[in-house]
Design a protein around this ligand. Structure first.
Ligand SMILES: *Cc1c(COP(=O)(O)O)cnc(C)c1O
Length: 427
């Protein structure tokens, strides 16, 4: 069985399956539209009666092959690509939440997701309660309301590096009859497959490790097929009652385990249109072919860098779950025994200006907004993404003014450490 191949084999072989005489390498179907011989064939596609391609906003063979690969890597039943990680998280939630609904989200999620759920979706009538992911099960239960439709969290939070107790969150969601959506961007399916711990839907910003080369912004949504929408039919009418915009089909009845992704494609892609270009999906696929080689190397390098920084007299603190004294070490050992990711947070002793002088002294490590690609890079939120905030405001937002986010790449680790070392000597 193909699904039994090991994950390294899936990185290379899953997705594009050429038939006799077809290209061995995934072709880029750079075409908006697809040709049919008669009008009836095309009509069946519009009725969702037959499978096939007609317009790239809905589906494209290059995009679908890459979505199929990520679906196999995560161990899901259906998946789709989106134009960005932001679009993936938006669709994942909006597919099951509408005006008047509520969801619960970890307060450590990526800033973009925090804004999306806390501000933008609020304008659409969807309310979000942000919770401390480390709170007890009993405490977290208090956040639920009768109209709660989903729980959302990140496997490893960006940039605070908080590791999620996935089993606790899955139980919490399921005990209240709603699915758990997990953004698995930082761990990747190489280090953690949230479905194995009870998550129902996984999202990705493929812009990070999956692409791995910082070439293409993209996202993905994968469904485990495990959540029983019909058992909670009153909560999810969009999936369990007729869709008038598709001649009254009922997604759960017609598509079974593929209901959630089919609805997201047929309704949300149709109406909102955040598709990736086939060219970007092709680039993502090239990245995925070496994901299983790159991720362990990122972790190995990051572990050595974290140990170096942790032992340095000019370093105030290091937050990396691979360090034995880290608050999240035990959770990381349970969910990600082979390593977490290449990203860590740390601070040098001194003030905001000391951090700036340290960064300006770096030669190999570059200052960029991106994280989680092949090149080692660093960002100081207080000077960059959050520069309009005072130290007090930063602390309120849970970001230490001295916090630097270091994303360790796959260069030779000795060169990375030597660069950090000379910059530390300069302060
Ligand atoms: C970057 C990121 C996103 C947003 O993804 P884009 O591809 O930049 O839109 C969402 N979640 C996490 C965890 C991220 O790191």
């Amino acid at each position: 069985m193909e699904n039994d191949y090991r994950i390294e084999t899936k990185c290379i072989q899953s997705g594009w399956k050429p038939k006799c005489g077809e290209p061995r390498v995934l072709p880029i179907y750079q075409s908006t539209t697809f040709k049919y011989d008669d009008s009836d064939q095309m009509g069946k596609l519009f009725d969702l009666e037959a499978e096939g391609y007609f317009y790239t906003r809905l589906q494209n063979p290059t995009n679908d092959a890459v979505a199929a690969k990520i679906t196999e890597l995560e161990g899901g039943v259906a998946g789709m690509l989106t134009s960005s990680g932001q679009a993936a998280n938006y669709y994942a939630v909006f597919n099951i939440c509408e005006a008047g609904d509520h969801l619960i989200c970890s307060n450590t999620v990526y800033g973009g997701t925090f804004n999306l759920l806390g501000t933008t979706m609020k304008k659409q009538g969807i309310e979000c309660t942000f919770v401390n992911p480390d709170a007890s099960y009993e405490e977290l239960c208090k956040a639920f309301r009768p109209n709660t439709k989903a729980v959302f969290a990140e496997t490893i939070a960006n940039p605070s590096i908080v590791v999620l107790d996935i089993e606790k969150f899955a139980k919490l969601a399921h005990d209240h009859g709603v699915p758990l959506i997990v953004d698995n961007t930082f761990a990747t399916p190489i280090n953690c497959r949230p479905f194995e711990w009870g998550a129902d839907i996984v999202t990705h910003s493929t812009s990070k490790y999956m692409d791995g080369h910082a070439m293409a912004v993209g996202g993905a949504i994968i469904d485990s097929g495990n959540f029983d929408w019909e058992a909670h039919a009153d909560k999810f009418p969009g999936l369990t009652t007729p869709d008038e915009s598709y001649h009254g089909i009922i997604y759960t009845q017609k598509f079974g385990k593929a209901a959630y992704i089919t609805k997201a494609t047929a309704q949300l892609m149709r109406d909102l249109g955040s598709i990736p270009s086939p060219m970007n999906a092709f680039l993502l696929n090239v990245g995925l072919e070496t994901l299983h080689l790159r991720v362990p190397r990122h972790c190995e390098n990051a572990q050595k860098v974290a140990e170096f920084l942790n032992g340095h007299e000019k370093v105030a603190w290091v937050n990396y779950a691979g360090l034995p004294d880290n608050q999240y070490h035990a959770l990381a050992q349970k969910y990600m025994p082979n390593g977490t990711c290449g990203v860590m947070a740390f601070a040098v002793k001194g003030d905001r200006d000391t951090a700036v002088r340290f960064m300006d002294s770096l030669k190999l490590v570059s200052i960029v907004t991106h994280v989680a690609d092949a090149r080692t890079c660093i960002l100081h939120p207080a000077s960059h993404t959050h520069r309009q905030m005072t130290d007090e405001q930063l602390k309120e937002a849970g970001i230490a003014p001295d916090l630097m986010r270091l994303s360790v790449g796959i260069e030779n680790v000795d060169d990375i450490i030597e660069d950090l070392s000379q910059a530390l000597a300069a302060i």
